[in-house]
Design a protein around this ligand. Structure first.
Ligand SMILES: C[S@@+](CC[C@H](N)C(=O)[O-])C[C@H]1O[C@@H](n2cnc3c(N)ncnc32)[C@H](O)[C@@H]1O
Length: 237
């Protein structure tokens, strides 16, 4: 398997690599949850012309969104996992009809798309989440570090749609690592692949922070338990 770096953080493994070089070698992936490049040339110049109320953040120019994920990418994702949730599924070849699209309604008022669609092969009906992501007005506390970063809350909701038996989730187009952050917080194992070193570093930092935050709020099983008097049986509970 060819990769430039590999980091293991908690139950997450992050590869700096081209996903096509790594995916065929992975085992034990239950589900792929990802947002590949849609091929719509999303970049800072385009954002600048659409966000008129506030100065958009400058993410620099990038080329990775000039082409959508190819049929080879789609085939590789489908070959190694039983379940897939693929954002931008309306842009890619090779997915086919499905009863279950996941719809993220961004509650937009501008000229951005109202919703983003994730194709799935889940055996359930279409599901929708409202999560406002409207220019500068955004639900949640996400700090945006990637030009097409997904909200953590939306990715956590996607993980909830998977069968309860799902243990290991792969995001082959990891970007800033939002899927893995959601995995870490949900107690799932995550594998992420990203080929841009700057985004890879951001993902590593965010996944570390997710585990640190989880430890901070973890229940300490050794802590003394306060017992409360029971009002029902007249004695200590
Ligand atoms: C749409 S973004 C994903 C954003 C991510 N969901 C997030 O929340 O940050 C797609 C990412 O895939 C990466 N990418 C594109 N082609 C790739 C490839 N062949 N292998 C690995 N990563 C790739 C790009 O660098 C980009 O960061």
């Amino acid at each position: 398997m060819q990769f430039e770096r590999k980091e293991v953080i908690g139950n997450c493994t992050l590869f700096l690599a081209d996903c096509l070089a790594v995916m065929p070698h992975l085992q034990g992936v239950d589900a792929v949850v990802t947002a590949p490049p849609y091929g719509i040339n999303e970049n800072h110049k385009k954002n600048a012309s659409r966000e008129k109320k506030a100065k958009p953040r400058d993410y620099g120019t990038f080329e990775w969104d000039s082409q959508p994920a190819s049929l080879d990418h789609i085939k590789a994702m489908r070959a190694i996992s039983q379940h897939q949730i693929i954002f931008g599924g309306n842009y890619f070849e090779g997915l086919g009809p499905t009863p279950c699209w996941l719809v993220w309604d961004k509650q937009n008022t501008g000229d951005f798309a109202d919703c983003e669609l994730a194709w799935t092969n889940l055996d359930k009906a279409v599901r929708r989440i409202y999560w406002r992501w409207n220019g500068m007005i955004r639900k949640g506390n996400d700090v945006r570090e990637h030009p097409t970063q997904k909200p953590e809350g939306v990715m956590a909701w996607c993980l909830e749609q998977l069968p309860k038996t799902t243990k290991t989730v792969l995001d082959p187009f990891m970007g800033s690592g939002t899927t893995l952050v959601a995995c870490a917080k949900a107690g799932m194992s995550g594998i992420g692949i990203e080929r841009d070193p700057a985004y890879f570093d951001i993902a590593c930092r965010r996944v570390h922070a997710a585990y640190d935050q989880k430890d901070l709020f973890a229940v300490n099983d050794d802590a003394p338990v306060m017992k409360q008097a029971s009002f029902l049986d007249g004695g200590a509970a």
